[in-house]
Design a protein around this ligand. Structure first.
Ligand code: ASP
Length: 332
């Protein structure tokens, strides 16, 4: 029990945590509002003062930049009016992307903690209420301050910049490959597992509302570069390549990347592997990271290609130069 009741703002954005199904084996669809979610956690109002709002109620594959900006504004208003932390409930499918995009834009010490559920509210063993409680307990913890945006599911807390949905089915759906979780809930208390030493990069302005103007393309065996050329011709301002190994592509893709860069498209190359990220100086053959850097590509480092897409979109939207984009990606 906390001595003084802190205020936590809970914004609901949809997802399985807010879905129901009518028969035990039926398909889930959106149903619950923010107040239903907090009402499902017994006694929550006895330990924190709650401010509750519906931001949207969408399955997370349909969350867009406008929804994320709305969540950002909700969080800013909440902290400006005394909330010590903000909790957002969200679908798990794009949770890592909304978390990361918010993390790029968030300049407050108070944490934003995102949660969701793998089982719908009417499923046997629904874990949504436990996840919401754990997220609230993380949001009120002074140890979570300054960590930016966090995700909290299954009593496990991850940094937005590192977290990935690594299982499409399991309740333990999230991990930070190569890094591990940053914290855990122990007896309802947030415990940091390791200290975060690198300072958070300066917050960026919110991107344009509308489609993300960066194509994300995964390379594979036998790739002839047609998709890179198609993305360039379709008018994308940026292309993120989910590359092989430490950031490699075939010679044909490398040539298509050169053409795209010459046409003014910013190309970022990440790794399609789960951990390890990209290199800068390991291999020198055509299509390797050294060759791609020489052609003018930017390496994504530890950022997953899907997060690199959001960083590139946000920086392009703010009118940053290719040099500034390269420097920001070097921060990880
Ligand atoms: N499967 C998803 C979830 O767990 C659905 C969504 O992302 O909205 O929430």
């Amino acid at each position: 029990m906390l001595n003084v009741m802190p205020t936590v703002a809970v914004g609901a954005m949809g997802g399985t945590i807010a879905m129901e199904h009518s028969t035990p084996t039926g398909a889930s669809t959106p149903a619950l509002q923010a107040h239903d979610l907090v009402d499902a956690v017994p006694g929550l109002g006895d330990i924190v003062k709650l401010r509750v709002e519906n931001i949207c109620n969408k399955p997370s594959p349909s969350i867009d930049v406008a929804d994320v900006v709305q969540a950002l504004n909700f969080a800013r208003r909440a902290v400006a009016t005394g909330a010590v932390g903000v909790v957002l409930t969200h679908g798990t499918d794009t949770l890592e992307e909304t978390a990361y995009l918010l993390d790029l834009l968030w300049d407050e010490a108070a944490p934003i903690v995102m949660t969701g559920a793998m089982r719908s509210a009417t499923a046997a063993g629904a874990e949504g209420p436990a996840n919401l409680l754990a997220a609230v307990m993380t949001a009120v913890s002074p140890r979570a301050g300054g960590l930016g945006v966090l995700t909290c599911l299954n009593d496990t807390v991850h940094l937005a910049s590192r977290v990935q949905k690594t299982s499409s089915m399991a309740v333990e759906a999230f991990d930070s490959p190569g890094f591990g979780p940053v914290g855990r809930l122990v007896e309802s208390e947030f415990r940091l597992l390791w200290g975060v030493v690198s300072p958070r990069p300066e917050a960026l302005p919110a991107p344009r509302v509308g489609p993300v103007n960066v194509a994300l393309l995964e390379c594979g065996l036998g790739d002839d570069g047609r998709l890179v050329r198609a993305a360039r011709d379709a008018g994308f301002e940026g292309i993120v390549i989910s590359g092989l190994g430490v950031g490699h592509v075939s010679v044909a893709v490398a040539d298509a990347i050169s053409d795209a860069i010459e046409a003014g498209v910013i190309v970022v190359v990440g790794s399609r592997t789960a951990r390890g990220g990209t290199a800068m100086n390991l291999y020198g053959y055509p299509g390797s990271e050294v060759d791609l850097l020489r052609r003018g590509a930017v390496m994504a480092g530890d950022l997953s290609p899907r997060k690199a897409r959001l960083l590139l979109h946000t920086m392009l939207s703010a009118g940053h130069s290719p040099e500034a984009i390269r420097a920001r990606f070097a921060l990880g």
